[in-house]
Design a protein around this ligand. Structure first.
Ligand code: GLN
Length: 225
């Protein structure tokens, strides 16, 4: 039963099947990262800065869909797309979208997006960002029950930020913005990656606990293809 599973360190959310995020209820299972309160900082930052509803938003590495669906529901943005490499995650995300029209696409990063054609005003992402070495030391609920593919940022934890910093520009309109969730100690490194790739207006934003949690930057134009 539930009590037995919980004492086996199965996350409570897997037993209940849901987690609240941004005041909404999201289905979860072992194929998706359980929505974290930290990630509300990412959604709130976008909602605060992007008041024009007539924009297009892409959520790269959507997992449960909590970011894309809450942005569609609370921001009312005209077009919200969401991508993930995992078909099992996308099944959960689609269920979470319910009647909200979010465009889901199975894609390994931007592989299924054509540069110059699939262009967005905003790209958000909470990619896997924990260094592989650090994962062994996580709580059993996370280490043994949440999907490794949603956590593992490879050697230095920055692998997906490198990819995002290099590739988002091909899918952003002029003056478009990126918003990435980061680990509390990754602000300087991710800022540097965005600077190297030509982003401007880079800012690190703190979460409710006062930890660095979000990096945002503005894409000024076609610095390179
Ligand atoms: N914040 C999550 C954790 O610490 C990690 C999320 C991620 O890698 N995107 O468990």
């Amino acid at each position: 039963d539930g009590l037995e599973r919980r004492s086996g360190r199965v996350p409570l959310q897997h037993i209940l099947g849901t987690q609240e995020f941004m005041g909404m209820e999201f289905f979860v299972n072992a194929h998706v990262l359980i929505p974290r309160q930290d990630t509300e900082t990412l959604v709130e930052t976008v909602l605060n800065e992007q008041k024009n509803r007539n924009i297009s938003v892409l959520d790269m590495c959507t997992g449960s869909g909590c970011i894309a669906v809450s942005l569609k529901a609370l921001g009312g943005y005209a077009r919200v797309a969401a991508a993930d490499i995992s078909p099992e995650a996308l099944e959960v995300a689609e269920k979470n979208a319910g009647t909200y029209p979010v465009e889901f696409r199975q894609s390994d990063m931007f592989a299924a997006f054509e540069p110059g054609r699939d262009m967005f005003d905003v790209i958000v992402s909470n990619p896997p960002y924990i260094p592989s070495e650090v994962i062994r030391g996580l709580e059993p609920e996370v280490r043994d029950h949440e999907p490794l593919g949603a956590l593992d940022g490879k050697e230095d934890g920055l692998y997906f930020y490198r990819r995002l910093a290099e590739e988002c520009g091909r899918h952003l309109k002029l003056g478009g913005r990126v918003y990435f969730e980061i680990g509390h100690d990754q602000g300087a490194a991710v800022t540097a990656l965005l600077e190297e790739n030509g982003y401007r207006n880079i800012q690190v934003i703190k979460d409710a606990a006062g930890m660095d949690r979000v990096v945002r930057g503005t894409w000024p134009g076609q610095i390179r293809k």
